[in-house]
Write a protein that binds this ligand. Structure first.
Ligand SMILES: NC(=O)c1ccc[n+]([C@@H]2O[C@H](COP(=O)([O-])OP(=O)(O)OC[C@H]3O[C@@H](n4cnc5c(N)ncnc54)[C@H](O)[C@@H]3O)[C@@H](O)[C@H]2O)c1
Length: 430
């Protein structure tokens, strides 16, 4: 099938590459000319495991193309996917400028009947707005063609995006009528497709993220209580996780959630509540707990160093908001680094892939290392912020020798307390 994807970001490029891998003929377009030029040279501007291989392979065999101008790639196209960004406005509402501009672009250029698929995360009602905007543009041109619209929110996770897209738990598709289902079935054939109406599909995406963020904040809140009353949160986690009604996933306490989705989507849902005269009390608490959680490691540092971090060498392992991505958007590392800089600490950082993103954000205010032990050199304290696999069993001997001290703060609770004490570390966890 001939498909166009608007937006060559994390979702658009993964969607395009995976559809091409399934045998479709895909053109991905973006307004960022530099991004498109690099993609034509098979260079992906962000880190996502296996993505560059898929881009190169499908580009080479001629199933994946990159364009700037939508008008150049509409011949025989059956579906256009909108996968542009929906960042937060200052008040927390979803900013729909990119989505609305992409819709106008479709309306200005399309010359035949087409299916428009909305992949971006958008508030309830947006798909209808998109349809109206496309129709307005068609009316201006006096073109009488038919536009079908579906909402197909994306649930991929950064770091495992290809795997998630190729093996989804389910594909949600909100439709206005059954006519379009044949095309959707053809596209997503082997997968479990759940058809809903459009508003439900739009809402499902927000509610899924809100539920996951709630589990994280819930466990962090419980962890903070546990630490006050001398209970090990890890044992509590294991104990409740075996209850099949609860399950084991998203029960890990840590230094807070981040990324380009949870924070903005929680904010947007709270705002959708306000707009409709309903206070989303639970989600407000989820957000407040998370904001507080991002400050917890800094508070622990202040206690260790008696409120004086000036000149202290603080080493950080992990900067991305989670492993296997270079995304540092709303990462707990950013909050911590801001506080450490204000307190006058010397900050030495290492991350397997997010160093460049971090350098773009903080410039020469930090010391960057491409080796985890070098980053810990002469450090007064080491903090683990992202649970990358390579941090799970370092050489404790080497680390102790490299660091001036042996204090370790574990922001993700990946180490065993008893073993760490045996290894000679002062070990503090969440
Ligand atoms: N990142 C994730 O893990 C994830 C997961 C599920 C859903 N989502 C949702 O998917 C959507 C896209 O997210 P993303 O992370 O890929 O965003 P992104 O910011 O990485 O990418 C968006 C891309 O769209 C391009 N763009 C903007 N306006 C355009 C236009 N008018 N025409 C052509 N290109 C345009 C931008 O240049 C950019 O390259 C968002 O709504 C997001 O909430 C993201």
């Amino acid at each position: 099938m001939n498909i166009v994807i608007i937006g060559a970001g994390r979702v658009g490029l993964v969607t395009g590459s995976c559809f091409a891998e399934m045998g479709n003929n895909v053109t991905v377009i973006d307004i960022d000319e530099n991004k498109i030029q690099r993609l034509r040279e098979n260079i992906v501007s962000f880190y996502e495991p296996d993505l560059e291989r898929l881009v190169r392979k499908n580009h080479k065999v001629g199933r994946l193309h990159f364009e700037i101008d939508l008008a150049n790639c509409l011949k025989r196209v059956k579906a256009i996917f909108i996968a542009v960004g929906t960042p937060s406005n200052n008040d927390g509402t979803a900013n729909l400028c990119q989505v609305l501009e992409a819709s106008r672009n479709i309306g200005r250029n399309i010359k035949h009947d087409i299916l428009v698929v909305i992949k971006s995360t958008v508030p309830v009602g947006t798909s209808q707005k998109i349809k109206s905007i496309i129709q307005e543009e068609l009316d201006k041109r006096r073109v009488g063609i038919s536009i079908e619209i579906v909402s197909n929110p994306e649930f991929l996770k950064e770091g495992t995006a290809i795997k998630d897209f190729m093996n989804p738990d389910r594909v949600i598709v909100g439709v206005e009528n059954e006519k379009v289902q044949k095309l959707i079935d053809e596209l997503y054939k082997p997968y479990r497709i759940i058809y809903t109406d459009i508003p439900s599909a739009e809402m499902i995406k927000y509610v899924a993220n809100a539920m996951l963020a709630t589990r994280i904040s819930f466990m962090n809140d419980i962890a903070n209580l546990c630490s006050l009353i001398g209970v090990d949160i890890n044992m509590v986690r294991i104990g409740i996780g075996f209850d099949s009604r609860i399950g084991t996933k998203f029960l890990y306490s840590g230094c807070g959630y981040g990324g380009s989705c949870f924070p903005k989507d929680i904010k947007a849902l709270i705002q959708i509540g306000y707009t409709n005269g309903y206070a989303m009390q639970l989600l407000q608490a989820v957000e407040a707990v998370n904001n507080n959680q991002k400050t917890i490691l800094f508070d622990k540092l202040l206690r260790i160093f008696e409120n004086n971090l000036k000149g202290k060498i603080v080493a950080l392992w992990g900067l991305s908001f989670k492993p296997n991505t270079d995304d540092i958007c709303e990462s707990p590392a950013l909050t911590l680094i801001d506080a450490l800089l204000k307190a006058g600490a010397i900050i030495q950082v290492y991350d397997p892939v997010a160093l460049e993103e971090t350098r773009r954000h903080f410039g020469n205010k930090l010391y960057y290392y491409t080796n985890m032990y070098d980053a810990a050199k002469n450090a007064d304290v080491l903090l683990l912020l992202t649970e990358w696999k390579e941090f799970y069993s370092p050489s404790w001997e080497l680390l102790k020798k490299t660091m001036g001290h042996s204090i370790l703060l574990d922001g993700r609770n990946i180490y065993d307390k008893k073993k760490m004490h045996l290894n000679g570390f002062t070990y503090i966890h969440i």
